[in-house]
Design a protein around this ligand. Structure first.
Ligand SMILES: *Cc1c(COP(=O)(O)O)cnc(C)c1O
Length: 430
């Protein structure tokens, strides 16, 4: 198991942020999400530095959907970052935590009227407009509220990249954004002539997630910059902002070979400068929207091992007190993870087992065929890199309570979310 951030081993025992994992479990029970605050902050600072936020007035917006309790909103604010939200619920979380509304980008392919009203009233910085329906809704709401709203158009650039696959198709089969190839982007720009409340200032695209290659991002830069030039020439609209979305890949297992934040950011900035110089245009303000690459490696999950079922010549099932309710990614996309026993870190790894969750689904397997040290029931198991799309995708399936969340730093624990009680679980029932 790879150690991330502040993880260290003392006498066979794993520590994160200077706190022993066994101590966390004693105090907060399991399952428990643990966040390494120093690593989150380091990732934010690396992004700001290498994406030239201060130097070039570029912006880094954390994609809240990866993990967004009030704690994260406050941390992101302290680190002078912007924030992406995709729903009224995320917007409300940010609002309640005192996050500056002008630094919010409001995404989503089907914002409801209620959400549009909420965004306009709160005064979010930018609406990332996905479609004609939203454009009209937004104009109406702004009219009623007597406001002018800055917007980006989300486009489908015809690049799709996920992990190792990278397709350039000019494909338009996406539920997101205005397609380029069928002229929808231009139709949307034409429509703006009839509107007085929405002001187009930029373009946005998001090409996928868990991408290890720089290449698709560089292609995206080229496409976006050409559009900026074309839109200026054709419509005399000066687009000042180009938002490249998120998607930078991270390490989950040793099959993943991610680039550093520095390598990614530098490659993008260099390409933007080169392409703009070739096109004879000024480099617009660049925006990047990392979610996973800020938070994934900073989060881990602690479980208690219960049943160990040795089916001779078939498989050993090691069951933990959580599963798909706190980490849906293995069942949803066969995502891989690493694990260890927190008080046997230096013991020889000698058994191959399968880590199973406790839900009533045979697909509730956290890790298939993983090598691990000698284990017994009652041991504490850690799975690493569960910080992104773990808690934010957690459910109450089987009426299992959502776990507690803590952050650790310099030997101190900060509680982030309390564990749900059974009363919480039935609290909506009338
Ligand atoms: C999901 C998403 C992101 C973040 O993606 P990561 O893979 O977590 O970096 C950024 N922007 C938009 C529009 C998204 O939908």
């Amino acid at each position: 198991m790879k150690l991330h951030g502040s993880m260290e081993i003392n006498n066979d025992e794993l520590y994160i942020g200077g706190v022993s994992c066994l101590k966390m479990v004693e105090e907060y029970k399991t399952p428990l999400y643990v966040f390494d605050e120093e690593l989150i902050r380091k990732n934010c600072r690396d992004y700001r530095k290498y994406f030239k936020v201060d130097e070039n007035k570029n912006r880094v917006a954390y994609a809240g959907k990866a993990f967004l309790p009030g704690y994260m909103c406050r941390l992101i604010k302290e680190e002078n970052m912007c924030l992406d939200v995709v729903s009224g619920g995320e917007l409300y979380t940010a609002y309640k935590s005192g996050f500056p509304m002008e630094n919010i980008f409001f995404h989503g392919n089907n914002k409801t009227k209620e959400e549009v009203e909420m965004g306009v009233k709160y005064g979010v910085g930018k609406f990332v407009v996905d479609n004609f329906y939203e454009l009209e809704l937004l104009e109406d709401v702004c009219e009623k509220e007597d406001k002018i709203q800055e917007i980006y158009f989300r486009i489908t650039p015809g690049i799709e990249a996920h992990t190792h696959e990278y397709i350039k198709t000019g494909q338009i089969d996406s539920k997101f954004g205005f397609a380029l190839v069928n002229g929808d982007l231009y139709n949307a720009i034409e429509k703006l002539k009839n509107y007085s409340r929405v002001k187009l200032v930029g373009l946005h695209a998001h090409i996928g997630s868990q991408i290890f290659d720089e290449e698709p991002f560089l292609d995206e830069v080229d496409i976006m910059m050409k559009l900026v030039k074309e839109i200026k020439e054709k419509y005399n609209i000066e687009l000042t902002d180009v938002d490249l979305g998120g998607g930078v890949g991270v390490y989950y297992t040793d099959e993943d070979k991610p680039k550093t934040i520095k390598e990614f950011c530098s490659a993008i900035i260099d390409r933007a400068e080169k392409t703009c110089s070739n096109l004879g245009i000024e480099v617009p303000k660049l925006i990047i929207e990392p979610g996973r690459s800020i938070i994934a490696n900073a989060g881990s999950t602690l479980y208690t091992i219960g049943s160990i079922k040795d089916i001779k010549d078939v498989r050993v099932y090691v069951s933990v007190d959580g599963g798909m309710t706190d980490n849906i990614r293995p069942s949803l996309y066969h995502a891989g993870y690493e694990c260890s026993i927190v008080n046997k870190m230096n013991k020889n790894v000698e058994n191959e087992v399968t880590i199973a969750g406790k839900c009533c689904e045979s697909g509730d397997i956290l890790i298939n065929n993983v090598s691990i040290s000698e284990i017994e029931s009652g041991d504490t198991l850690i799975t690493t890199s569960t910080g992104a799309y773990g808690y934010s995708m957690a459910s109450n399936y089987n009426k299992i309570q959502k776990p507690a969340v803590i952050a650790v730093k310099d030997g101190e624990i900060t509680p982030v979310c309390r564990r749900q009680t059974y009363e919480d679980v039935i609290s909506l029932e009338l």
